[in-house]
Design a protein around this ligand. Sequence first.
Ligand SMILES: C[S@@+](CC[C@H](N)C(=O)[O-])C[C@H]1O[C@@H](n2cnc3c(N)ncnc32)[C@H](O)[C@@H]1O
Length: 207
Amino acid sequence: MGFYSERIFPWLLDRSLDVPGINSRRAALVADAAGEVLEIGFGSGATLPWYDAAKVRRLTVVEPSEGMNRRAAARIAASAIPVMSVPGAGEMLPFTDASFDTVVTCLTLCSVADPPRVLAEIRRVLRPGGRFLFLEHVASENAGRRRWQVRLTPLQTVIGVGCHLDRDSAAAVRAAGFTLPPLEQAIEPAFGVVAPLVPLISGSAVR
Ligand SMILES: C[S@@+](CC[C@H](N)C(=O)[O-])C[C@H]1O[C@@H](n2cnc3c(N)ncnc32)[C@H](O)[C@@H]1O
């Protein structure tokens, strides 16, 4: 609970990622979210304006950082969708089996402590046929870029409070038992000069 992770990083994240290029991807990500929806790693709530109030019955959000939760509070207060904020982590979700129609992560699997455990929890709380929607930056398909991602990840985990550049999250989603078609990586110009080191994938995996 350091000053950097709880005060500076949440502010920095909004400054750098609450921008049109990323927000249009967030909007596309949550467009299909419906019914009882869970978002893990809600951060400051940057996805919230893009959920469709006509489709989402209730949004439950899990976010371990108090600093992030503080910033999310204003967005939650202004939301047309009922939002229930639950402090905690994706590795141990306090929900019964098969209790959600949709689970969402946005730029979160890079930062969780134990991705296989989080994905197992997502699968557990999704109803059969439910969807796991995700937008994540991942290990590059390009070997040279991937070498740089591996080299820079120790620094990035400090600057980005646990964020890894070199995770193969699509493979992890499939290894967790989800059905997921092949995905293309996209370079997002909003990331500026580091964009080649943060290729994005967006997927809809079926439980
Ligand atoms: C890069 S931020 C993304 C925030 C937000 N989803 C967005 O689109 O701006 C990653 C978020 O994951 C959260 N996080 C880190 N470890 C987590 C865990 N084990 N379970 C759930 N969330 C976690 C962080 O606190 C942070 O808010």
